[in-house]
Design a protein around this ligand. Sequence first.
Ligand code: SF4
Length: 437
Amino acid sequence: MKNVALIYPNKFKGGISCLAMHILHHHLNKYRDIRCDMYFLENYSQIKNRDAIIITLQYENDYFNVVKIVEKLKNKNPEAIFIGGGPCSMSNPLPLSDFFDVFVIGEIESTDIMYRLINREVDVEGTYFPEYHGKSKENFKSIKRVYPKKLGIEDYPINQFTHPSGAYGKAYLLEIGRGCPRRCKFCMARSIYYPPRFRSLEDLTYLVDEGLKHTDADKVALIAPSVGDYKYIVDLCKYIKERYNIQISPSSLRVDTVSEELLEVLDIKTLTIAPEAGSERLRDYIGKDISNEDIERALEVAKEKGIDGIKLYFMVGLPTEEKEDIEEIISLSKDVKKKFRKVSISINPFIPKPCTEFEREPFNMESKATIKYIEKSLKRHGVRVSYENFNSMVIQCVLSRGDASLGNLIKEYNKPNQLLKYLKKKGLLSKYLGALE
Ligand code: SF4
């Protein structure tokens, strides 16, 4: 029997809402000779004498926790193989290459990758062993990503553990599809989960029936990069509503997929949309492909359906951005506020992520001032403006594009601000933020 610890390197709240945790837990416990338990930031320190420790790498800013976790568990688990997986593992695991034996580059369903790694096999497709392959970008890029051509139901975690403190509440996570048919040039999800694969309506209704039978969820959270692009989204939502009369919560919807029928059945109070850029010109340039008319039409539909709150997501510091594009974020938000009672916008800096068409673009440090300017301009118009801590966005950029030399620095300066200060002092920041050759 192999004893495996599966860790989410942040709080329980996020981990229990992370589908990857449920998928891995379900996948591994199907093997008769594997026992896999889940852990989170709150309880990982009790892990000892395991054969394998798997950490899911969902966000770059978790790397500080990841390094602490690995350092703490190495001695208490001398026989364990340390395995990293998840989106950051697929896009660029180099900053963590000193801390893991192996990274999985791809999706594990319908494969025996995890099983073979836990059993110490080394010649496994879709895996990157930094010590063996080498720790350069070229070495890493030579690894071929693996993924199932079709998403089956046999590997789906029906028996999900739910909890009211989860990020989506007590929700059953229903993955409609993986990969996105759109072509936004800044989007990492699009490239690392390519090609888009949606589940059949028949499979999804089966997964809803079984999931709601086996969990005590009081809502269904629809998971997909672009939920509204699913051909049978209305049929699926109608099925859930009519059969279970339960709340359905979609992640954000593309405005061009918002329809009367869909809003009717979703029964939401706030519509969340992500124009990303204020002007149509910039939206076209970044591949977002949403016209002003699309936005207007979605807002009209929302109004008709009695929705009184709108949340808009924007990015600033995008390639080719001009002052006019920023002014259009402000005027669009003001226009929306004239029509809706509650309007909030979330603005964050554009981060040139690896594996995207914009991966070589620079990170714009002026974005901080731009965000403040937008906030100031909208304050007196009653639009709520929120944004992430700017320094942690800078560090996210550094880590997402970083190399193996960052590993030691993460360990030594184990907080984002401290690492940032060091990189600034040593004049290293531009190496990670500037335009790439
Ligand atoms: S629609 Fe969303 S998920 Fe799809 S490519 Fe664009 S940003 Fe990415």
